[in-house]
Design a protein around this ligand. Structure first.
Ligand code: HEM
Length: 491
């Protein structure tokens, strides 16, 4: 039937021979992003494998991804109907559900507007700062004090454990107007679920493709249901409180603004799409979920690279000292004057490629790509890791080298930066990119202006990453020292 539908002149997508029932499951190995990168060297940018009995398209190569996700964006913007995705957010997630038509479009617009209003809008109290900038600067300061306290008490600490609370506080503030302290058990019990979440929601989980697996008793799957239940009940507690105290004339945060939209039953003045309440308010679940794990992972990888490469850490600190000095704290508006810091952040995204694949896509209709016939409804994996390690695009792709993003005169090379694939491309591109970039930049510069991070002599760093939706390194103890007395910052 596949061949019958193929338009004349199109070719069949190449790929390895599948075994009966299991397909190419074993070729995926423990690191599917690496196996599929190797496979793309044999079969090309457009290849097909079979997971279980289901065909899966795997796309690599920057130009091929730009073609599929930007120029043919409408054909490739769907989400597959996967079993694991149906367990996320009661199956109502804007991000993971298979809904990709008008309703998805309207919800995505709502999410974007909510973020604009409660993050990117100017702060009424601080001149020239946006709301989220003001909050990040405060939260980064708390984090540094916490680090300082931990050093005094124990000499070293696991940065991830504390960064996750600070980052969660930013999104929690935007969504619910709430912040937690670093020892809060309620928040910790929710933010510490992400490792297991990421392992199950990872691209290419056989449970999504081999029907029998979802009926077998699996402790991982049971844990996944439990995680999603806990997460949703954490969110619902806030949502219910907000419904009770909602005041039309005083919209406090993202949850309030979504409630307001749901009462008007409209997305905006120009739209006549009607969304059921739960499809609107559930958006806060997507924003909260996407808003802390990714950024925490980015900051945690950053600290690992800084500890592994003290000379790079010193270069950033020298740049900070020269541009900002020690009398005031870093601001977003300093970014353009800090090319080395920006180059470091790009190199962290590229080298770690901690989101090796985007969230899986699927085709919305029969189409062609690079001359190959692609049927409607096929699951599509987008290999971001391959692009970020493609020797055709990068010199010595496995070397960590921020300088690759700098021109000879020390300015930032925008064209090189745009080759890094982290946030996806096109119509499904991350809606939180601007906020994500702000948080990584401000947390990092605030920390590095005041603190120097290091590992005790002789201790080894394990920089290997664990496959998942977001890839993490092993948790690791680091130490730090203040670069100058706290009191010399007068703000
Ligand atoms: C989607 C990366 C931060 C909200 C995505 C995707 C990636 C990504 C790769 C999938 C794109 C695709 O499927 O093609 C990141 C990274 C972040 C980050 C690396 C931080 C460094 C955030 C933040 C928020 C957010 C802070 C919200 C406040 C979302 C949402 C989607 C998404 C809602 C789903 C969009 C859709 O399906 O239409 N992100 N993200 N992300 N991201 Fe982010």
């Amino acid at each position: 039937s596949y061949r019958k539908k193929m338009p004349i002149g199109t070719k069949k997508v190449p790929g390895p021979m599948p075994y009966p029932l299991i397909g190419n499951v074993f070729s995926l190995s423990r690191n599917p992003h690496i196996s599929l990168t190797k496979m793309s060297e044999t079969y090309g940018d457009v290849l097909q494998i079979q997971i279980g009995t289901k065909p899966v398209l795997v796309l690599s190569g920057l130009e091929t991804l730009r073609q599929a996700l930007i120029r043919q964006g409408d054909d490739f913007l769907g989400r597959p109907d996967l079993f694991t995705f149906s367990l996320i957010g009661d199956g109502q997630s804007m991000t993971f559900s298979s809904d990709s038509g008008e309703v998805w479009r309207a919800r995505r617009r709502l999410a974007q507007n909510a973020l604009k209003t409660f993050a990117i809008s100017p702060s009424p109290t601080s001149s020239g700062m946006c709301l989220v900038e003001e909050n990040i600067i405060k939260e980064a300061e708390y984090l540094i004090r916490k680090f300082q306290q931990l050093i005094n008490e124990k000499g070293e600490f696991d940065p991830y454990r504390y960064v996750v609370v600070s980052v969660a506080n930013i999104i929690c503030g935007m969504c619910f107007g709430k912040r937690y302290n670093h020892e809060d058990e309620e928040l910790l019990s929710v933010v510490n679920l992400t490792d297991e979440f990421g392992a199950i929601a990872a691209s290419g989980n056989p449970a999504d493709f081999i029907p029998i697996l979802k009926y077998l008793p699996s402790s991982a799957m049971k844990a996944f249901r439990e995680i999603n239940r806990k997460f949703l009940s954490f969110i619902n507690k806030f949502v219910n409180e907000h419904y009770k105290t909602f005041d039309q004339n005083h919209v406090r945060d993202i949850t309030d603004s979504l409630i307001q939209h749901s009462q008007e039953k409209k997305v905006d003045e120009n739209s006549n799409i009607h969304l059921p309440n739960e499809k609107i308010v559930n958006i806060v679940n997507d924003l909260f979920g996407a808003g802390f794990d990714t950024i925490t992972t980015a900051l945690s990888w950053s600290l690992m690279y800084l500890v592994a490469h003290p000379e790079i850490q010193e270069k950033i600190q020298t740049e900070l000292d020269q541009v900002i000095g020690r009398e005031r704290r870093p601001r977003l508006s300093d970014k353009a004057q800090l090319p080395y810091t920006e180059a470091f952040i790009s190199e962290m995204f590229r080298h770690s490629s901690f989101m090796p694949f985007t969230i899986p896509h699927c085709t919305t209709k029969d189409t062609t790509l690079n001359g190959f016939f692609i049927p409607k409804g096929i699951c599509v994996l987008i290999n971001q890791w391959q692009v970020n390690h493609d020797p055709k695009l990068w010199k010595d792709p496995f070397t960590f080298c921020p300088e690759r993003f700098l021109n000879a005169d020390g300015t930032i090379n925008k064209i090189e930066m745009e080759k890094v694939m982290v946030f996806g491309l096109g119509k499904r591109r991350c809606v939180g990119e601007a906020i994500g970039r702000m948080e990584v930049f401000l947390f990092l510069t605030t920390m590095l202006q005041q603190m120097h991070f290091f590992k005790h002599d002789g201790e080894k760093l394990d920089m290997s990453s664990h496959y998942g939706l977001t890839m993490k390194h092993k948790r690791c103890q680091v130490s730090a020292k203040l670069r100058f007395p706290m009191s010399s910052i007068n703000e």
